[in-house]
Design a protein around this ligand. Structure first.
Ligand SMILES: [Fe+2]
Ligand SMILES: [Fe+2]
Length: 193
């Protein structure tokens, strides 16, 4: 392997939490990079333990956190603030259904990655494992595109400064970030409320 995935998929800085919509956009960008690495891992002919271990960590930690961010915080806020013309219930209903399927698929992907690490074999050596990773990446890309195109613009339009500040605080709390997210002065003030 020429470069470690950690260097290719940088963590978002905590300060970005001061603008939670920008945070979600940046997270989605990271998830797209994760999908690219899943595709790469699925066809690699050699055993790449660092890459597989990084993918496993992302599936177990980052994906789960992200679904909680949306299902417990962003989506309920949007349901409360959206206007009828936003058709938010149909949109979020579809995305919630995809989250449920994603978590089931992610459990399968996790087992495949763990198996490859244990046996020290590449993913491409087994068609079931290879197809599972590729299907997951394809579905995830489509999900991210819909959220970027439809959900985040509505959030930007409908959420108040107070909503954004509360969202920022909840995202930070989920990550156990005790220091206040720094950033826009109005938000920095708001998160202390
Ligand atoms: Fe999502
Ligand atoms: Fe998302």
């Amino acid at each position: 392997m020429t470069s470690l995935p950690r260097a290719q998929v940088a963590e978002n800085p905590d300060s970005l939490l001061a603008d939670p919509i920008a945070w979600f956009l940046a997270e989605h960008h990271r998830h797209r990079q994760f999908c690219d690495l899943m595709q790469r891992a699925s066809i690699a002919t050699g055993f790449e333990p660092d890459l597989i271990a990084w993918l496993l960590k992302f599936v177990v930690e980052d994906l789960s956190l992200h679904v909680l961010d949306e299902e417990q915080d962003l989506f309920p806020l949007l349901r409360a603030r959206a206007e009828p013309e936003d058709s938010i219930d149909a949109l979020l209903g579809r995305l919630t259904g995809e989250h449920e399927k994603d978590l089931l698929r992610a459990a399968a992907v996790r087992r495949h990655l763990e198996t490859c690490l244990r046996l020290q074999v590449p993913i491409s050596g087994n068609n079931v494992r290879r197809r599972s990773l590729q299907a997951f990446a394809t579905q995830e890309r489509s999900h991210l595109a819909l959220e970027n195109a439809a959900v985040l613009p509505i959030a930007r339009l409908r959420l108040s400064e107070r909503d954004l500040a509360n969202l920022s605080r909840r995202l930070a709390a989920r990550r156990d970030i005790t220091r206040r997210p720094a950033g826009r002065s109005t938000d920095a003030k708001a998160v202390t409320r």
